[in-house]
Design a protein around this ligand. Structure first.
Ligand SMILES: [Zn+2]
Length: 577
């Protein structure tokens, strides 16, 4: 009897846990009566698509595709809905973002008033002496484009330390100074003082963050991280994202994605950029040896987890006045960032000469090279280094890129085209920050800020991503990772503040969609398996709520994903579909 039970269990297991029943040559699934925007070479549309296993097998008219059905083929009536290829996000940090609101929600604040209200309400809820921390506050994104003053902070939180963390700089109140023993006499260049009176202003730079005492830290277990990351990727699926490039990481990232995959919980494809962990100023032989010791390079892996680019950081950021520009930041920078040196151009971490050896080795052993590079001065230096390396061995087939970039002149764009360097862009920075940049840098310099049309016209491949770092919501995150909001912003050139900035750099709907599909497939060397709905490619697609190519343009930002499919499996479905 016991033997029989075991045998039955075994048979049950074999029958139910093996693959779907063999369907011969028939497709497993057909989606019909839709408007399928294939993003193929001629940007054609189709009515129906057939899927077998994890691949598309045919795309065409209802008649052509539906007559392929047989055996166990399932059919889904799209009822005229629009379908696009699965969206690929070219720059995100889901590992950190996934735990950013695990214990406490981070408020969506859009003005100094909203920020002060939130701090006051937190002070009402927390015990005296308990920290009130905003983990990612960029003052240029507040309506007034400024930090609250020390007096304003002290008024709403007299007895609780407050820390507004803006990554490269921040703001604290008097209670935070008391708790951390920070006073006029404290010797730390990161503590900013009023030039005339010597009084503390509350402004601090990143080098002084470590002085802040008693900030709470929560231990997060590995299991909690796994769960959180799985949930974050599901949020990505819910806005149509089927794959993403993880901005930067190390072996730990590979492990966590591998563990998710092995337990069947990875619902989007990962291209993992690897942070350069080699001393860039070491002799070239040492750099070569260390990079070879990694044991892998760009492209290793499979269609779920693949090794991305080798990533380095060139400069600071545009929201803290530390991006390395082509010219001095100028007199408006004092008002916003407290910069007083008239010759200051930003923070540059490396010279062209120092960059050449590592790029040479990367090019030689099969790495795609990329760098965080937010200012135009940095862009020019990177391109000059790429140009030198190109003389040793052509770089064109490596698809090197520049992350952020932000400011591309016609000269820079021409060089990028010549060397096949991709622009790894984040329209969220345009949407959120173009007004502040225009105010600080003026009408002339803003012309080179996110010049999408110029990049497309010259034939440079532009990748679309968000730089999502903190918070969960697709519209309210820092930065918002909703791809439809991003596409709308660069089609209309409209910003969060409602202005239209350099409209002559607007691109078409087709070009915006390419930035999140085929261009990102090209960026990860996967154009043969991803980025469009064509026979033989992975069955990654999204059913969306609007006719993307024909709806009123302002509807684009509110488009919802109604069903997201990765490798022929539904990973997200809304109630409406
Ligand atoms: Zn980033």
């Amino acid at each position: 009897m016991r033997k029989l039970t075991i045998l039955c269990l075994f048979l049950f297991f074999v029958i139910h846990c093996s693959k779907a029943p063999d369907n011969g040559n028939y497709p497993d699934l057909i989606l019909f009566d839709g408007k399928i925007i294939t993003v193929d070479e001629s940007f054609s549309t189709a009515e129906a698509v057939a899927i077998k296993g994890d691949r598309f097998v045919a795309v065409g008219s209802n008649d052509e595709i539906q007559k392929m059905a047989g055996g166990y083929t399932k059919e889904i009536d799209l009822n005229g809905k629009t379908v696009i290829p699965g969206l690929i996000e070219a720059h995100a940090h889901p590992e950190g973002a996934s735990v950013s609101e695990l214990f406490e929600e981070i408020p969506d604040v859009h003005s100094v008033g909203e920020l002060l209200d939130w701090i006051e309400s937190q002070a009402g809820k927390k015990k005296q002496g308990e920290w009130i921390i905003h983990p990612k506050l960029f003052p240029t994104r507040l309506k007034e484009m400024r930090q609250p003053t020390l007096a304003e902070l002290n008024k709403v939180a007299p007895n609780n330390p407050v820390f507004l963390n803006g990554s490269y700089g921040g703001m604290i109140n008097s209670a935070a100074m008391r708790i951390s023993d920070i006073a006029r006499e404290t010797k730390n260049p990161g503590i900013l003082k009023d030039e005339a009176t010597g009084e503390l202003t509350g402004f601090i730079q990143a080098s002084a963050f470590r002085l802040l005492k008693g900030r709470p830290s929560r231990e997060i277990s590995y299991e909690e991280r796994l769960d959180a990351l799985e949930n974050m990727i599901k949020r990505y699926n819910s806005v149509g994202i089927t794959g993403f490039w993880s901005g930067a990481g190390g072996p730990n990232n590979l492990k966590i994605y591998q563990d998710l995959k092995n337990s069947g919980r990875l619902t989007a494809r990962v291209f993992q950029n690897m942070r350069l962990s080699v001393d860039i100023r070491a002799p070239i032989n040492e750099i070569r040896e260390k990079l070879l010791n990694y044991g892998y390079h760009t492209g290793f892996g499979d269609e779920w987890i693949r090794i991305g680019a080798l990533k380095f950081s060139m400069d600071g950021g545009i929201l803290t006045g530390t991006a390395y520009l082509r010219e001095p930041w100028g007199n408006k920078a004092e008002e916003i960032f407290g910069i007083t040196d008239p010759a200051y151009r930003g923070v540059l971490k490396i010279t062209k000469e120092e960059l050449i050896p590592v790029v040479t080795v990367a090019n030689e052993i099969g790495w795609k090279f990329t760098a965080h590079c937010t200012g135009g001065g940095g862009v020019d230096i990177m391109l000059a280094a790429y140009e030198e390396v190109n003389k040793i061995r052509p770089v064109n087939d490596r698809r090197f890129s520049i992350i952020h970039g932000n400011f591309f002149t016609p000269e820079a764009i021409a060089k990028m085209k010549k060397l096949n360097v991709y622009a790894d862009a984040q329209p969220a920075w345009f949407y959120k920050d173009a007004d502040a940049m225009k105010y600080v840098l003026g009408d002339r310099r803003i012309k080179a800020f996110h010049p999408y049309k110029s990049l497309f016209d010259s034939g440079v491949i532009v990748n679309g991503g968000s730089d999502h770092m903190v918070k969960f919501d697709s519209y309210e995150s820092i930065n918002p990772y909703n791809p439809f909001l991003a596409m709308w912003a660069i089609i209309t050139r409209k910003t969060e503040r409602g202005t239209v900035i350099v409209p002559e750099e607007a691109i078409t709907r087709e070009q915006a969609l390419k930035m999140y599909t085929i261009n990102n497939a090209l960026g990860s060397f996967e154009e043969n398996i991803k980025g469009s709905i064509e026979p033989g490619k992975l069955a990654d697609l999204v059913v969306i709520s609007e006719d993307y190519l024909n709806c009123p343009v302002d509807n684009i930002k509110d488009i919802n994903a109604e069903m997201t499919m990765v490798g022929g499996k539904i990973v997200y479905k809304s109630g409406t579909f």
